[in-house]
Every structure is written in structure tokens, then in C-alpha cells.
Design a protein around this ligand. Structure first.
Ligand SMILES: NC(=O)c1ccc[n+]([C@@H]2O[C@H](COP(=O)([O-])OP(=O)(O)OC[C@H]3O[C@@H](n4cnc5c(N)ncnc54)[C@H](O)[C@@H]3O)[C@@H](O)[C@H]2O)c1
Length: 250
């Protein structure tokens, strides 16, 4: 299957590392112009842009906190001004907080919900008008298997990811057929968020205790995102695809 996104512009939030970085590279490889959003990682973002350009693509790094409405408006505005459009929006940026529920402060809750859920609202709200005006667009949100399962010690994160799943379905219904909105709900993936280099062997064993017997690689999530962003997924609407090693079968 050959995926061709040439002539399209894709914006990936939190693109400097992990799943976002792998997704940006895979979208670039498929021919898309790439807007790499990052927060406080100018060197990683610049390196990503160079890698995309070395491969013959066009790319632009834009720093913005996606939990802040004014910064998101600037992000989408600069992306549209530079490339003429945002055709594909990948809401990937996120943070994880492990904390017993009764120790969680209001600030903890707001920080996680704002970064992991409100950001998706803000980015979609800013990018959708242009997509509707141009008569086409595609949004892929990065949720998590934990958005279905919940997990002790992760109430804010799992609530946010559950919200991303439902928001995906609501937006898919509201903006079809012009804009297709879908999501991925990955299982455990080796990134800064799940840094296996600093985890105890017991923790790694616990994370890898799924049918495929290992944690995933960022590229294994990126492929699903690129598929959903492509014409090959033209009949997918409001779907949550689950590259999760079999952690959850639904
Ligand atoms: N790693 C996993 O096991 C796993 C599993 C399921 C879902 N996810 C989701 O995948 C996405 C990517 O995470 P990852 O695993 O690649 O970890 P990561 O920490 O490498 O990536 C997260 C990125 O988001 C950026 N970011 C954080 N807050 C931001 C903000 N306010 N504005 C802009 N950027 C911001 C970070 O700088 C970082 O580059 C997240 O949404 C995460 O919840 C990860």
C-alpha cells in the first residue's frame, strides 16, 4: 500500500520526541509538509526539521504551549501562513502524572487535563475553520488504552484520555463528511514518557505483560496515524485504532 500525502500539510503537536517525532518523520516520508510543534525543545525540533529536509521534505518548527489558547491560535496561524493550510492535525502532545488520587492537587489535575485534553479542544477549534473552508481535512488524536481501562494512580491522565476518545467521536459526527476525525489508543510504548532505560526490570516486565510480550516502538504507532491521515482510511470516521500489543482487545 503506497501512502501519498504530497501537497498536504500536517501539523504534529509535541513532535520533538517519542511518538510525535516518529509520526512527523513518517508523515514527511509520505510526502507531507510538516509543522513540528514543540514546547521548550528547540534543539530536538531543529534536528527533526533538518532530518525532514535532508530527506527532501519541507518542514517548520513552531514552539507553542498547546494548553494555551493564544499560543494555539498563533501556532495554527503561523502554520497556515507558511504552508497555506493545515490539512492534517495530529494532537499528540501530552504529559503523564503518576500520583495517588488523594495526594493530587487541583493544580496537578488542571495541568494534566489542560495539556492532555483541553489542548485537543484548542487545536481542533483553531484548525477546523481552515479545513472547512478548504473543504477537506483530517484530525488524528493520540489517546491511550488507559483511556478505556483506567489505572490506579493515574486518575487525571486516564480521565483526559477517556475524554480524548469521546471528543474524537463527537467531532467526527459534527464535522463529517468534510473532516474525518479519528484517534489512536496506543498501549505501552518506549518513549520519554515510558522510559525503559530508567525503569526497574520488574516495572518493564509489568508493562510488557501483554500478549505480544514487549512494549511498542514509536514507529509502530506512527504507521497507524499516517494510515488514518491518508486516503486509504477514507471510510474511517470516529474510530479509535489500538496499536497496543494486545493489551486490550475490544
Ligand atoms: N508512551 C506510551 O506508553 C504512551 C501510551 C499511550 C499513549 N501515549 C500518548 O502518546 C503521546 C506522545 O507521548 P510519548 O509517549 O511520545 O511521550 P513524550 O514525552 O516523548 O512526548 C510528549 C511530547 O509532548 C510535548 N508536550 C508536553 N506538553 C506540551 C505542551 N503543553 N505543548 C506542546 N507540547 C507539549 C513534550 O515536550 C513531548 O515532546 C502522548 O499524548 C501520550 O499520552 C503514550
Amino acid at each position: 500500500m503506497h501512502i501519498d500525502l504530497s501537497g498536504r500539510t500536517a501539523l504534529v503537536t509535541g513532535a520533538a520526541t517519542g511518538i510525535g517525532r516518529a509520526t512527523a518523520l513518517a508523515l514527511g516520508e509520505a510526502g507531507a509538509n510538516l509543522v513540528a510543534n514543540h514546547l521548550g525543545r528547540p534543539e530536538d525540533a531543529a534536528e527533526l526539521v533538518h532530518e525532514l529536509e535532508r530527506a527532501g521534505g519541507r518542514a517548520l518548527a513552531i514552539e507553542a504551549d498547546v494548553s494555551d489558547a493564544a499560543q494555539v491560535a498563533r501556532l495554527i496561524g503561523e502554520a497556515e501562513a507558511h504552508f497555506g493550510a493545515v490539512d492534517v492535525l495530529v494532537n499528540n502532545a501530552g504529559i503523564l502524572l503518576e500520583k495517588p488520587f488523594l495526594d493530587m492537587s487541583e493544580e496537578d489535575w488542571d495541568r494534566v487535563l489542560n495539556t492532555d485534553l483541553k489542548s485537543v479542544f484548542l487545536c481542533c477549534r483553531a484548525a477546523l475553520p481552515g479545513m472547512l473552508k478548504r473543504g477537506r481535512g483530517c484530525i488524528v488524536n493520540v489517546a491511550s488504552e488507559l483511556g478505556y481501562l483506567g489505572r490506579a494512580g493515574y486518575a487525571a491522565y486516564t480521565t483526559a484520555k477517556g475524554g480524548v476518545i469521546t471528543l474524537t467521536r463527537s467531532l467526527a459526527r459534527e464535522f463529517a463528511p468534510t473532516v474525518r476525525v479519528n484517534a489512536v489508543a496506543p498501549g505501552p510504548v518506549a518513549t520519554d514518557m515510558l522510559d525503559t532505560s530508567v525503569m526497574s526490570p520488574e516495572m518493564i516486565r509489568k508493562e510488557a505483560d501483554i500478549p505480544l510480550g514487549r512494549v511498542g516502538r514509536p514507529e509502530e504507532i506512527a504507521g497507524t496515524v499516517v494510515f488514518l491521515a491518508s486516503e486509504q482510511a477514507s471510510f474511517y470516521c470516529g474510530q479509535i485504532l489500538s496499536p497496543n500489543g494486545g493489551a486490550l482487545m475490544a
